[in-house]
Every structure is written in structure tokens, then in C-alpha cells.
Write a protein that binds this ligand. Structure first.
Ligand SMILES: [Fe+2]
Ligand SMILES: [Fe+2]
Length: 252
């Protein structure tokens, strides 16, 4: 960890909010629309009483975040195992190849929204999440890696991923907005950085050694402007997105 643990506020002594009451969780609709989940909002509201509330604040079922969370705290306390391994491995491969530090950081963050926020259009969400804290180049590479993943560039040694045929079916048609944005990316001065992200985008089923995130500490310190108040509490344009990951079960 890059954070100085000694002077950081320790969250573990704080009481949990809503203690002694049943905390009801109503998942965000974007995560269940179109699935077998049965919309039970009316039932949950009908059950409210002094001992039963809608969850707000720290969920005791989740690892507790520090009061001033920094980037790797989200990897540690919130992100799914596959996303964490995928991001660490992609970034480590770029690091081992001596790619420029902004490219390594872009690899580390390229799918960050998949960790705990949202998967749909993940390149765009990920870029928006990190934009206040990284260079334009890093945010660009993260945003446009999504469109470029579908877009071969033989000169760069990149082909349409075999895995996408398995994920989406061989007849999957790439939507127009992806084609359009890939064209934008390929004509942009930062194209090379975004393309490198796709070249190091390594799937979870590949066999790589576990990566210690400490190896990215220096790069994060130099290229990710961690706010003193903690991610989520600095009033940046994406602070609410970090708070949503801190409290993913808040009712409102
Ligand atoms: Fe991605
Ligand atoms: Fe990826």
C-alpha cells in the first residue's frame, strides 16, 4: 500500500450505522433488469418498522473501507477477484515490457468499473471515474480501449479476440457507436497508448503468477492524484461514483 497507515484514520472502531436493526437491501435496477430477480421494492417498504430499515452507509457484510479511501483500497475491499487479477496482470505485463508509466497505469485501471460499479460500457465508465485524477492520455486510453478491443489493427499486432467469439457468439455484430469511436481513437495522437492497453489486456484464464500490487505503488504515486479527503469525499466530478462503490447497497 502507498498510504501511510500510521496516521490514516482507522475505521474499525467506528460503530456501524443502523445497528440493532434489520437492514434491507434493494439492489440497483441496472444490475438486475432483464434477469430472474423479482422486483420486491413494494414488499421491502411495507416491512419497514423501527427495527427494519433500508440500508444506508457501511454494510457489515463488506470489508470496511478506510475513512479516506485511496485507489488500492477499492481493489482490496470492493473489487471482484477476477477483475483484480485481470487488472494487476495486465499492468504487470506492461511494466515488465518497460512500457511508459502512463500506459502501465492505464492497464491497471482499464476495466476498473467492472470491479464494483458497472460492466455495461465499462471503458466509458472507467474513464469517467478516473478522469479527475489522471492525465488526459490515461483517461483516453481507458475510454477507447473498449472500442479498440473489437477493432483489429494488423500493423500493431492486434486481432479481434478469439474469446469474444466465445463470449458473444461468432455472429455478434459490433454496434455503430463502437465502430465510430474506434475510428476516432485511431486518428488520435493518443492512439498508441489506447492500443497498448488492448495488447496487454490479458484474460483471467491465462496462467500468470499472482502480482503484488506494491509494484505499482510508485507509478500510482506519480500518476494518480489521490485526494487528501479520500476518493469519494473530494467533491470531484466523479466523487459520487467512488461513494457508490463504498456504499453499493445504499437505498438512495
Ligand atoms: Fe475492457
Ligand atoms: Fe480488460
Amino acid at each position: 500500500m502507498t498510504r501511510g497507515m500510521a496516521d490514516a484514520p482507522q475505521p474499525h472502531d467506528r460503530p456501524y450505522p443502523q445497528a440493532g436493526r434489520e437492514r434491507q437491501i434493494y439492489p440497483s435496477p441496472v444490475g438486475w433488469k432483464g434477469t430472474a430477480f423479482v422486483d420486491d421494492e413494494m414488499e421491502l417498504l411495507a416491512r419497514l418498522n423501527p427495527k427494519t430499515v433500508m440500508m444506508m452507509g457501511d454494510n457489515p457484510a463488506l470489508p470496511r473501507m478506510p475513512d479516506r479511501p485511496q485507489l488500492l483500497d477499492f481493489f482490496r475491499c470492493r473489487f471482484g477477484d477476477l477483475t483484480v487479477r485481470h487488472l494487476y496482470t495486465s499492468a504487470k505485463r506492461a511494466l515488465d515490457d518497460d512500457q511508459p508509466e502512463p500506459v502501465v497505469l492505464a492497464c491497471l485501471l482499464h476495466d476498473i468499473s467492472n470491479g464494483c460499479l458497472i460492466r455495461c460500457d465499462h471503458g466509458y465508465w472507467s474513464a469517467q471515474l478516473i478522469a479527475p485524477y489522471v492525465s488526459e492520455e490515461v483517461a483516453f486510453a481507458v475510454q477507447y480501449h473498449q472500442a479498440l478491443r473489437y477493432t483489429p489493427d494488423p500493423a500493431a499486432g492486434y486481432a479481434y479476440p478469439e474469446s469474444y467469439h466465445r463470449f458473444f457468439g461468432p455472429d455478434y455484430a459490433v454496434p455503430d457507436y463502437i465502430r465510430r469511436d474506434a475510428e476516432v481513437a485511431m486518428a488520435h495522437p493518443f492512439y498508441r497508448s489506447a492500443r497498448l492497453v488492448t495488447l496487454y489486456d490479458t484474460y483471467f484464464f491465462d496462467d500468470y503468477e499472482p502480482v503484488d500490487p506494491e509494484v505499482f505503488g510508485g507509478i500510482i504515486a506519480r500518476h494518480f492524484r489521490q485526494p487528501a479527503e479520500g476518493l469519494g469525499f473530494d467533491a470531484s466530478p466523479s466523487a459520487h461514483m467512488w461513494r457508490t462503490m463504498i456504499w453499493p447497497n445504499n437505498f438512495l
